[in-house]
Design a protein around this ligand. Structure first.
Ligand code: GDP
Ligand code: MG
Length: 408
């Protein structure tokens, strides 16, 4: 990264805005980034996006690519463990004249303030203005978080979820379109009881409700107190204290890396790329495949954190998503109709042995192929557990704290 200040497409030398949207697997980070990117582009910003994963071949990257804008993917581990790759990707996007960078860290990653936000603020303040950290939450996971009820995910995995909430400057309750108003109020109140003075914003990234408020808080640099009628586009009462955002971040000071690592290691990660040959009825295929995946995971008692796949053909894309084994699948993207040949990219993050999860996924693909009368060939596949997180930098006392390297 050069130390020259960036010349933005708006003609100023301001540091470019660096927006991190954290949150557990399946919470809606990619959907939020897509919505934010499109809204900001309409407002005249040049937007860059960075996706991140433990392995290559991300459905997210293709979804965001599909939304337009510049997208870089950082595979092979989280931002904190690949800090230099994050900088290189950011630099490459900055070189293409972006004003705003929207970044999605791996959904099982936490401690981002100490390992990404503070190092950027400390060492790269001339290049980047790092926005308050948002953590996006799925209502089902919030329900068990606020009620302390037994949840589908193991305790070590829920530990990661709690750390993600604890370090947020802004907490977003997403997917409010799936809830009646009184339940939104109830979950917001439950979260407010947990997060102290930090704002809780109800949002539907899918329906783009609450998005303007969110953008005002993290991108436009508008103080909370200056946002008129916050929540006006939402049909709920929200209680935001004026000026509550803490721009300095909230580094986790007592995070236990062993528990964090154990939580990540409870999750098996599978990424597969599959070539499909023949005349493919895409909608039927994706529904049969999702049905098969869901029933085989259920049968083998494997809890899903986030499973998604995309089918690409003729430059178009459709996808399917599942965020709990017994949840309702989501289907979106273009209706591709019947196509001649396609490429399937499948990403699964679930609680269990990665090789077994991959085996179940391959079986499901075979069944879906047989039922739709097409041939499939696995072009690439990876199955693994994430490695112990080893951040390049760790500054939990603010921008002046020492890095891990320096302190060793
Ligand atoms: N109903 C609804 N679904 C959403 C919303 N945001 C995300 N989703 C769905 O939740 C699933 C996971 O979303 P995604 O953005 O991929 O989550 P990520 O893993 O955090 O990036 C997908 O099926 C999305 O369509 C929302 O606001 N409302
Ligand atoms: Mg994502």
């Amino acid at each position: 990264m050069t130390s020259d200040s960036h010349s933005t497409s708006t003609g100023t030398d301001d540091p470019i805005q660096f927006v991190l949207v954290s949150g557990f697997l399946g919470a809606g980070k990619t959907t939020s980034l897509k919505a934010m990117g499109e809204t900001l582009t309409r407002r005249g910003y040049t937007v860059g996006m960075i996706t991140n994963d433990q392995a290559e071949g991300l459905v997210d990257t293709s979804i965001l690519d599909d939304a337009g804008g510049e997208v870089e993917e950082i595979p092979g581990g989280c931002f904190c463990c690949n800090f230099d790759d994050l900088l290189n990707a950011a630099e490459s996007i900055v070189a293409r004249d972006a004003d705003v960078l929207l970044c999605e860290p791996v959904g099982s990653c936490t401690d981002l303030v100490a390992t990404v936000v503070n190092p950027l603020r400390s060492m790269y303040a001339a290049e980047f203005s790092v926005a308050p950290l948002t953590t996006v939450l799925d209502p089902d996971r919030v329900r068990s978080y606020v009620s302390d009820e037994d949840a589908a995910l193991p305790e070590e995995v829920r530990y990661i979820f709690r750390q993600q909430v604890d370090e947020a400057d802004l907490v977003v309750l997403n997917k409010t379109d799936t809830l009646p108003d009184d339940e939104v109020d109830e979950l917001v109140a439950g979260l407010e009881g947990r997060v102290g003075d930090r704002p809780v914003l109800p949002v539907s990234a899918l329906e783009r409700e609450g998005l303007d408020e969110w953008l005002s808080l993290v991108v436009d640099g508008v103080d909370l107190a200056d946002v008129d009628d916050i929540g006006a586009s939402l049909d709920v009462d929200i209680d935001l204290d004026d000026g509550a955002l803490a721009p300095e971040g909230r580094a986790l000071t007592d995070i236990d890396y062993d528990t964090y690592a154990e939580g990540e290691a409870r999750l098996g990660w599978v990424n597969m790329t599959i070539d499909i040959e023949g005349s493919l009825p895409t909608d039927r295929f994706r529904r049969v495949l999702m049905e098969q995946l869901q029933s085989t995971l259920d049968e083998h008692d494997i809890e899903t954190a986030h499973l998604k796949f995309s089918v690409a053909a003729d430059g178009n894309l459709c996808h399917a998503n599942l965020t709990a084994t017994d949840g309702d699948p989501g289907y979106d993207g273009a209706d591709l109709g019947t196509v001649e040949g396609a490429q399937l990219v499948l990403n699964a993050r679930a609680v269990g042995d990665p090789d077994r999860i991959r085996g179940h996924a391959v079986d499901a693909v075979w069944v879906a192929a047989a039922r739709t009368d097409v041939d499939v060939e696995v072009a690439g596949s990876q199955a693994f557990r994430p490695a112990y997180p080893e951040p390049v930098h760790r500054m939990d006392e603010g921008p002046d704290a020492r890095t891990v390297e320096e302190s060793e």
